[in-house]
Design a protein around this ligand. Structure first.
Ligand code: PA5
Length: 443
């Protein structure tokens, strides 16, 4: 059981010599990462996290999850960016894109947009339901999540009264500082910690991800066991380290002008994992006017929309195909004696065989079309394999960022839109900028 890098479909695009030649750079990045001497080295808490986590808090997370499952129909998870994507990705991957339709406890993610329609719909879904809230924000001041929390705090207090509401609100935030921590202490919410040295996009294996994932009914012990296995497996720098081969391959391809990485998976349950990967890599690498643009597709669905472009459009991309070796449960395709649709050639076998052949055929076609394909293989679709995959992509991201010569752990560009938004909305202190922006808008 391991996450494997399969470079077979890079043939004709990347040579072994290129892997050999970049290896010394990978080794340097590895040394800098493990010596904690590189850029952003105060945000490396994720590196040893699978072993070095707060065990007492881990048990509290499991207890809180149990309570939520026993006293709630709905868990509202309030957070944005790194403060929600990992949890949502894990829940929808392990529990399916239809998780909420199939489960007793519904998990709704709010505070990740500012759409009034979205807010109204979630409020409707909460009517007559027993509620719990997990508000997640390191700073406590992020507009989207703070605004949503304002709404749901009031809803909880109106419905349950302040005392009971406080027992149903769980806050995941900084251990000592910030608006949310201060408010939580004042109101008496149970709090969980976002460690100082773990950035949002690397935080899924902290309380940020673990509480919602456990509340949704998944085994966080197994998730951590998978991450531990990967932590050991990819700990040493050798030419056979699959995590490092992935980082090297994408960097080699970038230097050849393949500026877009298209993550492709043949299972729609991977959809939110695609979003998690996009934040992880986009925010880590996209800076100083450099970086691969992370994009994603779900096949075979998107072969009917994006397939034409991938096969035949501008040759700017490579694909990273997530090959999940086994579904949770296969589906047997029966023969139809009438065969009116002519599909009996697909019958008498499992649907996963059809899906696997769609994948192989597509990889070969895209290779022929000039698209290099990296394949990342996962053995199965369970907590342990997911824990391995999370760690694999986090570590490869760090190595990739260092190979690129950027600080993979900061996100200076995220602030720019906020200044404009605050100025336009009239936040005190932004008056001069507001006048300038209104002039630009012609208002
Ligand atoms: O990765 C990041 O740092 C961001 O996506 C943050 O997680 C996001 O902006 C939310 O920030 P906060 O947790 O402070 O509300």
């Amino acid at each position: 059981m391991a996450v494997k890098f399969n470079g077979k479909y890079l043939n004709g695009f990347v040579t072994q010599a290129e892997f050999d030649n970049i290896y010394s750079q990978v080794e340097l990045c590895h040394n800098v990462l493990h010596a904690k001497s590189g850029a952003g080295n105060d945000f490396l808490g994720w590196l040893d996290l699978p072993f070095e986590y707060d065990k007492e808090e881990f048990e509290r997370i499991k207890k809180a999850a149990e309570k939520i499952r026993s006293d709630s129909d709905v868990l509202l998870v309030i957070g944005i960016g790194g403060s929600y994507l990992g949890a949502r990705a894990a829940i929808e991957y392990l529990g399916s894109a239809q998780y909420n339709d199939l489960s007793d406890l519904k998990v709704y993610f709010v505070g990740n947009n500012i759409s009034p329609d979205y807010m109204n719909n979630i409020l409707k879904l909460c009517e007559g339901k027993r509620l719990s809230v997990n508000v997640i924000s390191k700073s406590g001041t992020t507009t989207e999540s703070a605004l949503a929390f304002r709404v749901f705090k009031k809803l909880m207090e109106d419905r349950y009264g302040k005392e009971e509401a406080a027992k149903r609100i769980y806050a995941t935030t900084d251990k000592a500082r910030g608006t949310l921590k201060t408010l939580s202490d004042k109101e008496g919410y149970e709090t969980f910690v976002i460690p100082d040295d773990v950035g949002g996009r690397f935080s899924v294996l902290t309380a940020v991800g673990l509480l919602p994932i456990a509340a949704a009914g998944f085994d966080i012990d197994k998730l951590m066991a998978g991450a531990q296995a990967a932590c050991k497996e990819y700990e040493t720098c050798t030419p056979d380290n699959d995590c490092y081969k992935y980082a090297a391959a994408r960097n080699i391809l970038l230097r050849k002008g393949k500026a877009i990485e298209l993550m492709a998976c043949y299972d729609p349950d991977w959809t939110l994992m695609n979003e998690w990967y996009k934040q992880l890599y986009g925010e880590s690498e996209g800076k100083d006017q450099k970086g691969l643009f992370p994009a994603s597709v779900i096949y075979s669905t998107d072969l009917h929309s994006m397939g034409q472009f991938v096969q035949d459009g501008s040759r700017t991309m490579f694909e990273t195909v997530i090959d999940i070796k086994a579904p949770k449960q296969d589906f047997f395709l029966e023969e139809d004696p009438e065969n009116a649709d002519g599909l009996n050639f697909l019958a008498n076998q499992n649907m996963s065989v059809v899906n696997a052949n769609a994948m192989k055929g597509t990889i070969l076609a895209h290779n022929d079309g000039g698209v290099p394909n990296i394949v990342v293989e996962l053995d199965g679709k369970d907590e342990e394999n997911l824990g391995r995959a999370i760690y694999f992509f986090e570590k490869a991201c760090a190595i990739s960022g260092y190979l690129l010569g950027v600080n993979p752990f900061n996100q200076p560009g995220v602030e720019d839109y906020k200044k404009n938004m605050f100025a336009l909305l009239g936040k005190p202190g932004y008056e001069a900028q507001r006048d300038e922006l209104l002039k630009k808008l012609g208002e």
